[in-house]
Design a protein around this ligand. Sequence first.
Ligand code: AMP
Ligand code: MG
Length: 589
Amino acid sequence: MSPQRPSLPLLGFAAYSGTGKTTLLEALIPKLTNAGLRLGVLKHAHHDFDVDIPGKDSYRLRKAGASQMLIASRNRHVMMTETPDAEAEFNYLLSRFDCEKLDIILVEGCKNIAFPKVELHRNELNKPWLYPNDKNIIAIAADEVVESELPQLNINDLDAIAQFVVDYAKCFGTEKPASGSCDTLSPAFLSVEQGRQAILERVQTLTDIETTELPNAYNRVLARDITSPVNVPSYRNSAMDGFAIRSDDLNREHYQVVAEIMAGDSYANVVEHGQAVKIMTGAALPEGADTVIMREQASVTGETVTFGSATIKAGQNVRQAGEDLSIGQNVFSIGQRLSSPEIGMLASLGMNHAPVYRKLKVAIFSTGNEVQAPGTPASESHIFDSNRYTLMGLLAHLGCETIDLGIIEDDEQSMVNALNNASQSADVVLTSGGVSVGDADFIKSALESLGTIEFWRINMRPGRPLAFGKINNTPIFGLPGNPVAVMVSFINFVEPALRKMQGEVNWNPLKVPAVATEDLRSRQGRTEFTRGIYSFNERGQLIVKSTGKQGSGILRSMSEANCLIEISPAVDTVKVGESVTIIPLQGRI
Ligand code: AMP
Ligand code: MG
């Protein structure tokens, strides 16, 4: 069976010999790599070509009878495969590329095979046009203009041709691959922000509202505006332990202490000129009195009190009724996540219930035949499932209810059953693994048979592959398999979506600038999320370094990190002393 073609943009250059295909490609490639594309090139050559050099070890071993010869060194490796019986198939050859590390494959030659191509044409060669008879030609690069609906480029304008290829790669998977812009729904490449926006547009806030008792309201999201049913404070009271007097009676030498008011007590009479009442913090100010002198400034002799040299301002040390909030004033708006101060404030208004959105139910499962549940004896060639547990923590943190569906083997029917079941019991489904190019088949075909699915490649590391789909109306996230990629994808895409579904509004992740204390590697064209450790230096400056090794399988890097360092696509390498953006992880994971 012929292997499936990788779901990577593929673009050929078709021309008669003498047009200068290789020369053009050689000049084009630096422009494409500068634009951030990682290129694979497939070149079809004459049947007796050889890359090996007679006399070299590899040549001798191959000629001695090795039908596959892999020669490897620090900088490159080459696999030479002898195919004496038949030429290898085009799709098979494409499957030899490590598509995870490529953005596009350019093909030179292979003119009889169907795939998108640009026709190169030079007038002086006097050769016939290919495009009228080849519907695989999607654009023309020539030194004359012809009558055709196809996009036409000047064969000598390499920048225009490069731009065409970049756009083509970006728009891969959309309906009009050759158009200049691609804000359609399933482009091959998305920036982190485009991915996040695309997801946010596709998820909706829950509509079910319930009333929860205040002790259970922590981390829930308000489903209604809250206006104050009372004044806070509800009565005028003392802000100090001390003595209350009238403000039109400030400069007297002695005052007669007529009563003592504890918090919760009240005094039925009016405080007259010459009188003072001893009062405790929070106690209601009696009528007549409007000024409090603190106890430390008072000296009491028997039933009289004097305030010595203390300067007294009319109205001092008194909290007015409604000073914090007055009746009918807006306290919280719909979409507010309730944390400790909010719950405390609701209680302070006399409320013991809150109107909230119901809890979001999130189903999770891991995929992969190599993945085994922790707590079972370790079998050979297996790894323990960490992703489900990481996700459980992340979901608990957001106050979601988790439905754990375990590990699903790489098998289409099991996947169909799991997805079907998950989409019926949950509001959102999260899976991990099986979405990289090449191994997406099970989830892909399962989702295609049940609902819709889009496979995205986000220009980021870690976490490049991301699948997003829907079964009925339930959003499904197909997260990458690598443990760090799962977390980074969750933080960037799942968390904002879950917060929206939970009803939260105005949430934005905290991002702050910090100074790099070491060079940080990145690559132009993609967002790099390096695991970082921030701290303050002796000058009080926020500084950051990486946790070290950044492999996307090294979960310890997430545990050691207290932030993600977000290096934008425009940046290649961050040098010591340069400013970078950090995303603190405290409160997120
Ligand atoms: P995949 O995308 O399925 O090829 O997975 C990428 C990598 O992540 C592979 O090395 C997997 O073994 C690993 N992986 C996948 N799922 C899990 C999991 N649940 N826990 C830990 N590692 C996983
Ligand atoms: Mg897998």
